[in-house]
Ligand binder design. Sequence first.
Ligand code: ZN
Length: 379
Amino acid sequence: MNCSSTKNTSLIDSIFLPDSIRISFSAVGDLMVHSSQLEANFDKITKKFDFHQSFQFVEPIFQTTEINFGNLETTLPNDVKLVSGYPEFGSPNEYAYAIKDSHFNILSTANNHSVDKGSLGIENTIRTLKSLEISQIGTYLNQDDYNSRRDFFINTHGYKIFIYNYTYGTNGLLVPEPNIVRHIDEIVIQEDLKRAKELGADCIIVSYHYGGEYLREPDKEQIRWVNFAIDNGADIILGGHPHVLQKFELKEYSDRYGESKERLILYSMGNFLSGQRYPYTDGGAIFQWNLKMEKNRSTIQRTKNTIENLHYIPTWVYPNLKGKGNKYAILPVSKYFDKSLKEKDKSIQPMELDTQSKSAMKFFMKSTIELLGDSLLDL
Ligand SMILES: [Zn+2]
């Protein structure tokens, strides 16, 4: 599998193209760093940050999938003086090290916090992720960088999956020149997706940062932009920003090219990691699926895509601000409760929880099952 963003498609690709291919995905929502996390993950003795403990119980889940996607909703200004939580996020590079070690290989960075630390934040985020060999989409150093990376795609045995990332805005902050943040815009989206098709896209993924915060149902704007992307040929929508989970759909839709096919819409994947503690914001889900792509050689290279084995793994963030040891650990809820919310045996629970945390996790699990159903719940 190669990740690239070149304009040229290779002739060799089409000669040796296998009849079909499968690629596995994990996708999560917003990866945030609030002040409470900065405090919890800073060692006062060594004076160093370390975020690995937040991911340790979910890291194995990402080992099994080839594409691991999340939305990095902070900046990495690479300057300790600019490290801060809400409202203008700047995080130490150690956050990205932990994300890398948890096997994430694609991060979206166009979101309402992209500009929080100005040019330094935008540019050093791009440079740090590049140095870690994490593919980063949605923000660019300048026009040259944009021109060379605007059509990001994964090339797997000649099949191409294009991914685009757009944000509704940047909290009223102007994007500093010459940096570029990809914004939600009809003309831009339409041209991008058209170009992807011309470049031989077999699958198009759109990652949106959009919608109203804390709304558990997609709002009119979300529905409008999802429909717009699908009409222009998007196959999969990955949504973020509401900070709570919203419904998902796997449904047949036809687009302006006359193609009627099944599309996967994850309206909002919730918070994967944050310091937010309000009901519904204290967790999220890992969505997993296999994308099967098939070329029908008898017709003109039209790819048939099938989403297989779609399921979700609910996750809940455990905050232990006072105690030692695990602070802000993302926990797979399935290790604690079964579908009927009965507690599982303590021996399989990654760590022991206090009564208050257990009931908050149970409430999260209950509301998540009510929202997403239990048929695709992975326990
Ligand atoms: Zn946001």
